[in-house]
Design a protein around this ligand. Structure first.
Ligand SMILES: [Zn+2]
Length: 445
């Protein structure tokens, strides 16, 4: 069997990769677009430059400045009344999971039973579009996505079937037996009754195998449950995950909910930590020293249908403020995996700005977490995210100035992704993103 797989891979490598390496037909004759930006926000400097021209050629920025000549054949987009800024990043979302009051009483254990991976992949496509419309051009999709619906979404967007953010996906979350759930013996022992979406990895061999399974099935980052069970991972076990993932250039994010779990993850040198439950002042100081990313998933109070107790919210705000004061590397992250009536998935995520404002974090630093922090945790910072010549042309525009009022981000009027206009004058115009074939080249996962 293994030989047959190797033979098949050989076939794929020899015959399909050269085809995929052809430049996409759509970019054979690059069009030039000139964007007039009334204000251009530079998150790194925390400042706004006025009256800038951005030239976009094909899918990349060509030139940016106040004295850039607009070529006569260029298509001109006038954003002279707006603030243009890089696209936003949600460093922790679950695009193929939307648990609902009906039929699963908001218990996502049951979503797995009620909704097929196929249905959830379509949900992911819709959620991805909703995220992009709200200004999120990169989303880290961190598991609980059925049987690799997250990989399917990433491929569909990369190949040019549908619009969506750049997806950094984790595949199936790896944990000690049971993962985050408590399956019955009938479900858990032989996995011969439906088994919720975690990969069991309890021994070194199983850890290596689980990482390789996710790599094989298209993950771009590895997500582990550090301490979902009393038999959570030791620092040595986490190091094994990190070593195995590093072989293919991937990083490891840990779901952490206890101080002891945080201690082990930090000691092992994990890339990022999700959730704030295990992060106290001491852990934040260690994370700052070791430059470990914090994806705190800082849920605000007041989301309709998703009550957070005042005590829990105060803990969330205090933890985020403590992390900021300790100079922990921060990302904006939501853990969005549910449905709030009247809001798109992207609008829901922007509600999380409340927590950052209540933690008294300056707008310039909220914007840094939403952009630079997100690009770095996603490892796109040298190719995608910053508005710089030679980078992929992703940008958004809002009326007002988010440095003065960060809630201006809730009114994204314009979105460009890969040099194509996705939203203009507040209305999605995504026709350029839909294709009946893989126009950006077919790729193995
Ligand atoms: Zn999550």
């Amino acid at each position: 069997m293994r030989k047959r797989i190797v033979a098949l891979c050989g076939f794929v490598m020899v015959f399909l990769v050269p085809v995929a390496a052809q430049p996409p037909a759509a970019q054979a004759v690059p069009t030039v677009t000139a964007i007039r930006a009334g204000r251009l926000l530079d998150p790194e400097g925390g400042r706004v430059l006025t009256n800038q021209v951005l030239l976009v050629e094909g899918n990349k920025f060509r030139e940016i400045g106040s004295n850039v000549a607009i070529p006569p054949n260029a298509q001109v987009i006038d954003l002279s009344t707006m603030t243009v800024l890089p696209g936003l990043v949600d460093a922790h979302n679950h695009l193929a999971l939307t648990y609902k009051p009906e039929p699963e009483s908001n218990i996502y254990y049951f979503t797995y039973l009620m909704d097929s991976t196929a249905l959830r992949a379509i949900q992911a496509a819709s959620n991805g579009i909703q995220m992009l419309a709200a200004g999120f051009t990169i989303v880290r999709d961190m598991g609980n996505n059925g049987n690799y619906a997250d990989t399917a979404l990433r491929q569909a967007i990369e190949q040019g079937w549908i619009p969506g953010p750049t997806i950094i996906n984790s595949g199936i979350i790896i944990g000690g037996m049971g993962g985050q759930f408590f399956p019955t013996p009938e479900m858990a022992k032989e996995h011969n009754i439906v088994y919720p979406e975690y990969l069991d990895a309890d021994t070194p061999d199983e850890i290596v195998k689980a990482v390789r399974q996710n790599v094989l099935f298209g993950a771009r980052v590895i997500k582990i449950c550090v301490d979902c069970k009393p038999y959570g991972y030791t620092a040595d076990e986490i190091r094994l995950f990190i070593r195995e993932a590093a072989k293919v250039g991937m990083k490891v994010e840990g779901h952490v909910q206890t101080v002891n779990g945080a201690k082990n993850a930090i000691e092992a040198g994990i890339w990022s930590i999700a959730h704030s439950g295990g992060l106290n002042d001491e852990m934040h100081k260690l994370m700052a020293q070791k430059r470990i990313w914090r994806a705190g998933t800082d849920t605000p109070e007041g989301l309709a249908g998703h009550p957070v107790s005042p005590q829990a919210y105060q803990r969330t705000v205090a933890s985020l403020k403590n992390a900021y004061d300790n100079k922990v590397p921060l990302t904006f992250s939501t853990d969005a995996d549910y449905f709030v009536a009247g809001k798109t998935r992207g609008e829901l995520c922007l509600e999380f700005l409340k927590t950052w404002k209540d933690a008294k974090i300056p707008n310039a630093d909220i914007l840094r977490a939403l952009t630079l922090g997100g690009f770095m945790v996603s490892e796109t910072e040298k190719t995608r995210g910053p508005i710089k010549a030679g980078y992929f042309a992703d940008l958004i525009a809002v009326p007002g100035n988010p440095l003065d009022d960060v809630d201006a981000l809730k009114n994204v009027q314009f979105v460009m992704k890969d040099g194509q206009v996705f939203k203009k004058d507040g209305i999605m115009t995504p026709a350029a993103f839909f294709h009946a074939g893989p126009v950006n080249g077919w790729r193995i996962r």
